[in-house]
Design a protein around this ligand. Structure first.
Ligand code: PHE
Length: 497
């Protein structure tokens, strides 16, 4: 081990008094360092190399607490009441007079209590005392004590034990702090090391191009770095992992040529469900699954749209379908709710752009009446998308989803047959992870019962996937709730996406 310049300097300074036990202050002064970190650092490595011995002492210091600071500003409570008391004529030494003099109830009670314990008593409502001088003395000792520690923290052992004990029993008057104080002393090895080993040399800590262009770099001495030394881990700001994931998904879809769309949380049952040919009797439409709103209780939907949905639901209109065969309730369609899926966004987009070929996606929050557990939340996010163009097809849908998941880092994707009231065929999308197929979402080709009332004549590839599911995969979590717990410690340890 070669000694660094700080270690050499500290040793040279300490050798001016070989047997001395050096305090931090003395070492700061003699080395002229202005940061105690240098003493601590050099001291530690000198100790490790047995040039010095570190002596650690547990020290207790007494300082003022918050009430103590107030007492310095306003006077100690018993002192203030006592000064009032001895300046009154005897019959005016009553509680009422004390209040009249401006003392608050919260002070008068404890203050009189303190005085009672040093010789004041109450007789027929009058405060009385025999030994004025003694009480004055006790109080001025207390005042001196807190004034003394207000100037600088005092060593516990050099203070009057009784007074420390007295003030410790009073709330927030004094604080007792414990520290470890270090001192350093040369060992024989430190005393005997030869002077020329303590000469400072210029150690190169940074190898820059400029340095290498100069003469002499071949013979320079280099600073040693201990790459295993402990260092503080910097806590910087970072986006929430969910936010980073959303950004990543967004950039993958943009890269694949999709445009982003958005929509409101508040929607009508008509657009959220009827437009998707979800029968009005569907169990998911009940209050157990959907959050219906009191305000707005109903939303406006054009009569034209309501008429179209009514005939599609009742008899299939001219889609070739038989519909559901039961009566369509237009009032039901107007009901306000919190969207239960983001498919409402893509459907509305088609209604607004029925003859424009488009590839759009959206990432948004959805709401369902779920009991919170390891895999369910009543608010979560979906990643939704459509391809709306003349040649849209199931293979196009599947390869698009495969491309998306491979770009996210999950190349093994498969689809299985599924059922949704609004798609035919319908599939479930699964991703392979750690030996298991995980279900991440649904997809399919919108049925004519959905697209025709919207004014579209093309097939639509559509999908909706759970963002939290994907997040659990990416962040390797097995409880969905962990994503939203405001535990900064855990969040900062989650991988950077
Ligand atoms: N909306 C479906 C869900 O919430 C997903 C889906 C979207 C299925 C589009 C098919 C087509 O699970």
């Amino acid at each position: 081990m070669t000694l660094g310049n700080n270690e050499k300097k500290m040793l040279r300074c300490m050798r001016s008094k070989e047997q001395h036990v050096w305090t931090l202050e003395e070492l700061l002064q003699i080395t002229q360092w202005n940061d105690q970190v240098h003493v601590a650092g050099a001291g530690k490595s000198l100790d490790e190399n047995e040039f010095v011995e570190t002596i650690e002492k547990n020290m207790k210091f007494v300082t003022l607490g918050s009430e103590g600071i107030k007492a310095i500003e306003n006077g100690l409570l018993e002192e203030r009441i006592w000064n009032w008391m001895i300046s009154q004529t005897e019959k005016k030494r009553t509680m009422n007079e004390l209040f009249d003099a401006g003392f608050e109830r919260y002070e008068a009670g404890p203050g009189i209590g303190l005085l009672k314990s040093i010789g004041v008593s109450i007789e027929n409502g009058i405060f009385t005392f025999d030994n004025e001088k003694e009480i004055t003395n006790i109080i001025s000792e207390r005042v001196n004590f807190i004034e003394k520690i207000s100037k600088e923290k005092k060593d516990f052992n050099n203070l009057d034990k009784e007074l420390v004990e007295h003030f410790s029993g009073r709330k927030n008057l004094i604080l007792i702090e414990e520290y470890i104080v270090r001192e350093w002393k040369l060992t024989n090895k430190g005393i005997n090391i030869s002077d020329n080993e303590l000469e400072e040399v210029e150690l190169i800590g940074e190898i820059t191009p400029e340095f290498l262009q100069k003469e002499g770099w071949e013979n320079a001495s280099y600073k040693e770095f201990d790459v295993n030394a402990d260092t503080p881990i910097p806590v910087g700001g970072r986006p929430h992992p969910m936010q980073s994931l959303i950004e990543r998904i967004r950039s993958v879809f943009l890269e694949m040529g999709f445009s982003e769309i958005e929509g409101n949380y508040v929607q009508s049952a008509g657009w959220n469900m009827d437009a998707l040919f979800i029968p009005q009797s569907h169990p998911a439409r009940t209050m157990q699954d959907t959050f219906y709103l009191d305000e707005p209780e109903k939303l406006d939907i054009s009569d034209e749209m309501l008429d179209l949905w009514a005939s599609v639901h009742e008899n299939g209109h001219d889609t070739g379908s038989l519909g559901w065969g039961s009566k369509f309730d237009k009032e039901e369609a107007k009901k306000g709710l919190l969207r239960t899926h983001t498919t409402v966004n893509t459907v509305k987009y088609i209604a607004e752009n029925p003859v424009k070929p488009s590839r759009v996606f959206g990432i948004g929050r959805v709401f369902r009446q779920e009991t919170i557990d390891r895999t369910h939340l009543p608010e979560f996010h979906q990643i939704e998308g459509i391809i709306h163009e003349p040649n849209a097809s199931l293979p196009m849908l599947i390869s698009t989803l495969k491309t998306f998941y491979s770009k996210m880092g999950y190349p093994d994707v498969r689809v299985r047959p599924a059922y949704f009231p609004y798609t035919e065929p319908s599939v479930e999308v699964e991703v392979y992870w750690r030996g298991k197929w995980l279900e991440l979402g649904g997809a399919g080709i919108f049925r004519p019962e959905v697209t025709e009332p919207l004014g579209s004549e093309w097939p639509v590839c559509a999908w909706g996937m759970g963002l939290e599911r994907l997040a659990m995969l990416v962040l390797e979590l097995d409880d969905i709730r962990e994503l939203y717990q405001p535990d900064l410690e855990r969040l900062s340890r989650m991988p950077i996406l």
